[in-house]
Design a protein around this ligand. Structure first.
Ligand code: 5GP
Ligand code: ZN
Length: 116
């Protein structure tokens, strides 16, 4: 757990956030400022700043697999087969604002490409 990390606080239950899915490795909850009709965040319980930090950690590859599998399941559920987008902003230049790694799972509207 990292001091001053909002996602560590959420994982610890500090704000009473509703978890739409949880297991021993990760939790999923609704984004505070959704940018799609369904906007979930998939967040490991352990603190890693970003995707490269998870990849470099012991067991990191397996954890990335768990995060991806949870995102796939939630995206399929939420989109009801209509398609969804999984985003991992990595670094401030790429739009990352919370430095506890997370996957955005977006669905419920059409998404354009390239992203902004
Ligand atoms: P990033 O910009 O790092 O890719 O994504 C961070 C996301 O976390 C943003 O979409 C933002 O709305 C969301 N967020 C920031 N603080 C909170 C919070 O306290 N609760 C929830 N549910 N989402 C948050
Ligand atoms: Zn954290």
């Amino acid at each position: 757990m990292a001091d001053g990390c909002v996602f560590c606080d959420i994982v610890a239950g500090k704000f009473g956030t509703t978890f739409l899915y949880e297991d021993d490795a990760l939790v999923a909850f609704a984004d505070l400022r959704p940018v799609a009709p369904s906007h979930l965040l998939v967040v490991p319980r352990a603190h890693f700043a970003d995707l490269p930090a998870v990849a470099a950690a012991p067991g990191g590859t397996a954890l990335i697999g768990r995060l991806g599998a949870a995102a796939a399941k939630l995206g399929a559920q939420e989109s009801k087969g209509a398609g969804f987008r999984v985003v991992v902003n990595t670094g401030a230049e790429a739009g990352q604002t919370v430095f506890h790694v997370h996957l955005h799972v977006l669905s419920g509207r059409r998404f354009s490409w390239p992203p902004g």
